[in-house]
Design a protein around this ligand. Structure first.
Ligand SMILES: *Cc1c(COP(=O)(O)O)cnc(C)c1O
Length: 350
C-alpha cells in the first residue's frame, strides 16, 4: 500500500523504538519523568519560549490554549478552513464556551492578514456583543494545501493584536514544514505568538504526542487543564523518547517530503481532468480538483484503494500527503495508478 492519506500514518523508526525501550521514565503527574522533562526543555529552547508542555494530541494542545486564553461567552477568530473550527468537533464551544468567528482568507492561502482580521474584532464591544479573546493562526495551513505563512506576516498580526491586548495562538501542527520551506526557524515563525502547538506525530515521525509552548504562566495553567481533560499521563517518557528523536532529527528530512509532493503535483497536472496549481505546492500536502474527470472523489478514492494507493477525498477534491515512509518510486507508482483510476481502467493489476 502507498498510504498518502496523511503524514500521521508514519511508523516509528528503529532508533525511536530503541530509545523507547531504553527510556528513563518516572511518574509525569508528579513531574518525575526525566525524558518528558528533557523533551519539554529542548522544545522550549528550540522555539525560544519560556516553557513547554507535552500533550497527547495536537487537538488537546489547541483546545487547552483556547481554554487558557479565553472566558466562556467570548469569541475567537480562525480562518474559515482552520483546523480548530472544522476538525475539532466543536471542542472550543464545549470546553471553553466560546463561539468561533470564521474569516475567509482573501487570496485563498488560508493565511489571514491584519486587514482581513481587523474588521471582525470586537474589542470593548457594547455589552450585548461577545468580545474577541483570541486570534488563531495555522502554519502550515492544512486544508489550504500546506501553504506557509512567513515570519513577517505572522509578526505583523501578532504585534497589531497585542496592541489591542489580544493574544495570538499558533496551530503549528506542521510548523517545521513551514520552517523548511521558508528557510526561517520555528522560533522566528512563532516569535510573537502567545502560544504555539506543534505536532511530533506527523511528518516528524513520533508515534504520538504534541507540544504546547508559551510563557511560564500560560504553561502553568495549561498543565492544570491537561490534567482536567484526562491528559495527565504516567511513565510517558516512553513516548517522549521517540518525541525527542522526532524533534531533533525529524526536521532534517522534511525537504525530501516537499520534493516528493512537488513531483506528485507535477505528475497530477498532466492527468486529464485533474486541476492543480503546482506552484502552490510548497510543503508536503497536495490537494487537487477532480471535477473535470466527471467522477466523484469517493469513486476515484475507492478505485485508488483497490489499486493500492490510499488518499482522502472531500467534495470535488482529493488530498494526498507525503511523509517519511514514501519514496520517489512510490510517487511514480502512485501517479501511474491515479492515471488508471481516473481513466477508469480498473483492469490494472498491482
Ligand atoms: C493534525 C492537526 C491537528 C491535530 O493534531 P492531532 O494530534 O491529530 O490531534 C491540529 N491542527 C492541524 C493544523 C493539524 O493538521
Amino acid at each position: 500500500m502507498i498510504d498518502l492519506r496523511s503524514d500521521t500514518v508514519t511508523k516509528p523508526s528503529d532508533a525511536m523504538r530503541k530509545a523507547m525501550a531504553n527510556a528513563d521514565v518516572g511518574d509525569d503527574v508528579f513531574g518525575d519523568d526525566p525524558t518528558v522533562n528533557r523533551l519539554q526543555e529542548r522544545a522550549a529552547e528550540i522555539f525560544e519560549k519560556e516553557a513547554a508542555l507535552w500533550v497527547p494530541t495536537g487537538c488537546m494542545g489547541n483546545e487547552i490554549a483556547v481554554k487558557v486564553h479565553t472566558k466562556p461567552g467570548q469569541e475567537i477568530v480562525t480562518e474559515d478552513r482552520g483546523h480548530i473550527l472544522n476538525y475539532e468537533l466543536g471542542a472550543a464551544a464545549l470546553i471553553s464556551g466560546v463561539t468561533i468567528r470564521a474569516i475567509k482568507s482573501g487570496d485563498g492561502s488560508g493565511h489571514l492578514t491584519w486587514d482581513e482580521i481587523k474588521p471582525s474584532l470586537k474589542i470593548d464591544p457594547p455589552y450585548y456583543q461577545a468580545a474577541t479573546a483570541l486570534i488563531c493562526l495555522e502554519n502550515t495551513h492544512n486544508f489550504a494545501g500546506g501553504s506557509v505563512m512567513n515570519a513577517d506576516a505572522c509578526t505583523e498580526v501578532c504585534e497589531k493584536a497585542h496592541a489591542l491586548g489580544l493574544p495570538v495562538h499558533m496551530d503549528g501542527a506542521r510548523i517545521f514544514n513551514a520552517s523548511v520551506a521558508l528557510d526561517e526557524s520555528v522560533a522566528e515563525l512563532t516569535r510573537n505568538c502567545a502560544s504555539v502547538m506543534v505536532t511530533l506525530s506527523k511528518g516528524l515521525g513520533a508515534p504520538a504526542g504534541s507540544i504546547l509552548l508559551g510563557t511560564k504562566d500560560f504553561i502553568k495553567e495549561a498543565h492544570i487543564w491537561r490534567k482536567r481533560l484526562g491528559g495527565g499521563m504516567r511513565q510517558v517518557g516512553i513516548l517522549a523518547a521517540a518525541g525527542l528523536i522526532a524533534l531533533e532529527e525529524g526536521p532534517k528530512r522534511l525537504a525530501e517530503d516537499h520534493e516528493n509532493a512537488k513531483r506528485l503535483a507535477e505528475g497530477l497536472a498532466e492527468i486529464p481532468g485533474i486541476k492543480i496549481d503546482v506552484e502552490k505546492v510548497v510543503t508536503n500536502i497536495v490537494i487537487f480538483d477532480i471535477s473535470g474527470t466527471g467522477k466523484p472523489s469517493a469513486e476515484i478514492v475507492g478505485a485508488l484503494g483497490l489499486l493500492g494507493v490510499l488518499a482522502v477525498g472531500f467534495g470535488d477534491q482529493i488530498r494526498m500527503v507525503t511523509h517519511l515512509d514514501i519514496s520517489i518510486a512510490d510517487i511514480d507508482s502512485a501517479l501511474d495508478v491515479i492515471n488508471r483510476a481516473v481513466l477508469g481502467d480498473s483492469s490494472f493489476e498491482v
